[in-house]
Design a protein around this ligand. Structure first.
Ligand code: GDP
Length: 311
């Protein structure tokens, strides 16, 4: 039996709940009556709306979440808080259930994941956390230091690589990222690694330059590894809340994002933005970051998230 027994479902859920603490506390503060089981009235529905907006759900998503709750209230009058909470959680889970599940592993390795995100979003840490998950599952992992515009980014990835036991393909700072990515694709194929994780720049002189650079890298990967990239993950900083929507749209339009990773969920009361982002862009959330440690990354489950939000 493997020494790495997966965490018990309860522990898993409680860590997600912990990660969402600030957002949940924010909701609780405004919804004491509701959470305390007070009889529902129009006033509480209004408070509910305010609380959801304050968690950065945005007006459209808030309206979508409240619609069945309002309808039930109108139909049945004072529905109890417990039933209302279940209605809200169901709705949030439904709104988060967008996109397709991840595809099967490619018939021939490597499985290639391209990581996008602005500087400071948590991209490097997220790559390290995911690389560790794959390593713990017994896979061979190669990392590519495609952000050659920042010397620190290369070093940071190299340090993580050493810590988690993954080789890193890197050139000196200032080198052409396309060359790093090309070398990494060749090396991954030659070494028969199962996973290649590619870091990219998070900032160039202009946003347009950055998008052009990312498109170029995407093309090289597609040319060098058939069917790749198998995933294109955009890492978003949860603490920027709804501002992440515009950011995500820009990356998605340029390169085509297959899934979102929401980092720093533990550091914000704006966790509601996760729902708004997924819903507005119809992109699935794949993982959430709930801390700075290498194990602080959780696969995303819409139902668990919705339950944790209102529990
Ligand atoms: P990058 O510039 O996008 O590569 O960002 P980094 O990976 O260097 O992360 C920026 C900062 O955010 C670092 O201090 C990380 O430790 C921190 N960070 C990343 N993910 C998380 C997370 O899920 N929770 C918390 N609390 N901090 C995080």
């Amino acid at each position: 039996m493997s020494a790495e027994t997966p965490p018990a479902p309860f522990g898993f859920f409680s860590r997600l709940r912990d990660g969402l603490r600030k957002t949940r506390d924010g909701l609780r503060e405004k919804l004491e009556g509701f959470f305390g089981g007070a009889a529902l009235d129009e006033g509480i529905l209004e408070e509910l709306e305010e609380a959801l907006l304050a968690s950065d759900l945005g007006p459209a998503t808030t309206a979508a979440i409240l619609e069945p709750a309002r309808a039930a209230f109108r139909r049945q009058g004072a529905t109890n808080a417990e039933a209302m909470r279940a209605l809200l959680a169901d709705r949030v889970a439904a709104l988060l259930s967008v996109g397709r599940p991840p595809g099967p592993p490619p018939p021939v390795p490597p499985h290639v994941t391209l990581f996008l995100g602005v500087n400071g979003s948590g991209k490097t840490t997220t790559i390290a956390k995911l690389a560790k998950r794959y390593r713990d599952a017994g896979e061979r992992v190669l990392l590519a230091a495609g952000d050659t515009f920042r010397a620190a980014a290369i070093e940071q990835l190299q340090i993580w690589g050493q810590r988690i036991g993954a080789d890193v393909i890197a050139h000196r700072s200032g080198a052409d990222p396309a060359a790093v990515v090309f070398d990494a694709c060749k090396a991954a194929t030659a070494r028969g690694v199962q996973r290649l994780l590619i870091d990219t720049a998070g900032r160039l002189h202009t946003r347009q330059n950055l998008m052009e650079e990312l498109k170029k890298i995407h093309r090289i990967i597609a040319r060098e590894v058939p069917g790749a990239p198998h995933e294109t993950f955009l890492v978003l900083d949860a603490t920027i809340g709804l501002n992440a929507v515009a950011q995500a749209r820009e990356f998605h339009q340029a390169v085509g994002v297959s899934g979102l990773i929401i980092a720093k969920l533990d550091g914000t009361a704006k966790g509601g933005a996760v729902v708004a982002i997924a819903q507005t862009l119809q992109l699935p959330v794949r993982y959430v970051g709930v801390g700075e440690g290498p194990d602080d990354l959780q696969p995303f489950d819409p139902r668990e998230f919705a339950t944790a939000l209102f529990s």
